[in-house]
Design a protein around this ligand. Structure first.
Ligand code: LLP
Length: 419
């Protein structure tokens, strides 16, 4: 359930008409509902209340510091994958001891930054990274708390670009081989083995693959404990899917029940790194129709939002529901919804049946709260759009629309070119 509903024919976000916001803030814009965000986070927390746990929101899904702040205020932690995400999380007021740091390519300066805070745990993805972290921690006269991110070789049955737990993926350390790395870690003077982590993929719509991964991790944890490594944290990553179109993902309650079942006899703290399931359906992209074109083979609705604002349809061919901000009784029309960018892959929807759009109409691209703004770019020198948070009958601009000066910030013309 989310808070983007029609009242009469007008789409509202909580108690505010979307049209009113678009008129003041301009389009395109991302719009989030505080109530939906809080409800989703709470549902996740409640689902795991039967077990010692920490929910580390995956910053990459939506990294606006106000959004992060919402979950931090609810006692959440964060999952980061870069120094930049670490910086954002600290600006949002995250407790360092609730931060986990994943990612295959951590740089030395990023590792130092995390060790200075210090964070709860590094999820290490290679032997070389393990050795480097030990060296840096030694230099800083500290001990780095670590988990190895293991790759359980489970098929998540999702889009190949967002599946991460297979042998052929670049992520993690093969679960069998990880035992050698754990033994190595145990001998290193400046790291402390405290966990096992994994993340098998994103937008999963079944619990089976999670359960399979958890079973393999459980065995590993028992093995490590038997060798004298007191593993306390099991980090199962993120990945629970949402409904974009007709998917029927499990409710967090059922997901939690299935995972907790596997952990019954293991005393541990479970870490979760949900992203999409918390923010995906809590945000929309509002865009305005610039032109409509009737082609011989296809019709087009040209809108002011584009692939630089929301890249998921272009990159993954993914489906985003599109709804009019004001419903009408105009006849249905099948069209591609496309943006102004000079690429044929610049579309938000293809062959979509919608009530016939007219110039100036507002459209809502639904389920855009996750991997929407956070994957946006300035391609075609398009300023990145505004982000707005609605709380009941009020709205707040939580990120201003960029202007043309923002586009060239940091660019320099060398003297010799000025002549
Ligand atoms: N933890 C780790 C280590 C991850 O790599 C990810 C996502 C998550 C947690 C959060 O996963 P979630 O709960 O959001 O599924 N851009 C793609 C999704 C890429 C996901 C990458 N990793 C998309 O728009 O579908």
């Amino acid at each position: 359930m989310h808070d983007f509903q029609y009242r009469g024919n007008e789409l509202f976000c909580e108690e505010v008409p979307v049209r009113g916001i678009a008129e003041i803030v301009g389009t395109p814009l991302y719009l989030y509902s505080l109530n939906t965000l809080e409800n989703h986070f709470r549902a996740f927390q409640n689902a795991f209340s039967g077990i010692d746990h920490l929910i580390c929101f995956s910053v990459k899904a939506n990294s606006n510091i106000s959004i992060l702040r919402i979950f931090i205020r609810m006692e959440g932690g964060v999952d980061v994958v870069s120094g930049g995400e670490l910086f954002r999380s600290m600006k949002a007021g995250a407790s360092p001891n609730k931060i986990v740091y994943s990612g295959v390519g951590k740089r030395e300066d990023e590792i130092e930054y995390a060790l200075e805070l210090p964070i709860l745990m590094f999820n290490i993805e290679s032997t070389q990274e393990l050795v480097l972290i030990d060296r840096i921690a030694g230099r800083m006269k500290t001990k780095a708390p670590i988990a190895l991110r293991v790759n359980p070789d489970v098929d998540p049955k999702t889009h190949p670009y967002i599946s991460t737990g297979l042998k052929k993926n670049k992520f993690g350390i093969n679960i069998q081989k990880s035992l050698d790395d754990y033994r190595l870690a145990h001998t290193l003077p400046n790291v402390k083995v405290i966990g096992v982590s994994c993340h098998i993929g994103s937008q999963l719509t079944e619990v089976g693959p999670f359960v399979e991964a958890m079973q393999r991790i459980r065995e590993l944890v028992l093995g490590l404990r038997a060798e004298g490594m007191p593993v306390q944290y099991i980090d199962i990553g993120g990945g629970l899917g949402i409904t974009y179109h007709q998917e029927e993902p499990p409710h967090p309650r059922d997901y939690a029940r299935a995972l907790m079942e596997e952990l019954k006899e293991i005393d541990c703290t479970l870490i979760l790194e949900p992203g999409r399931v918390i923010v995906g359906n809590a945000g929309i992209l509002v865009t305005r129709v610039l032109y409509t074109k009737e082609g011989e083979e296809k019709n087009f609705i040209v809108v002011d939002g584009a692939m630089n604002d929301l890249i998921r349809p272009s990159l993954y061919g993914s489906y985003q529901r599109i709804q009019p901000v004001r419903r009408s009784d105009r006849p249905e029309w099948t069209a591609d919804v496309v943006g102004p960018i000079c690429e044929s892959s610049d579309f938000l929807a293809r062959d979509r049946k919608l009530s016939k759009a007219e110039q100036g109409d507002l459209l809502a691209v639904m389920s855009a709260g996750a991997y929407g703004f956070s994957m946006s770019s300035n391609y075609n020198s398009r300023p990145r759009v505004a982000e707005v948070l609605v709380a009941k009958d009020k709205f707040f601009v939580i990120r201003q629309r960029e202007d043309y000066d923002d586009l060239i910030r940091g660019e320099v013309i060398p003297d010799f070119l000025k002549e």
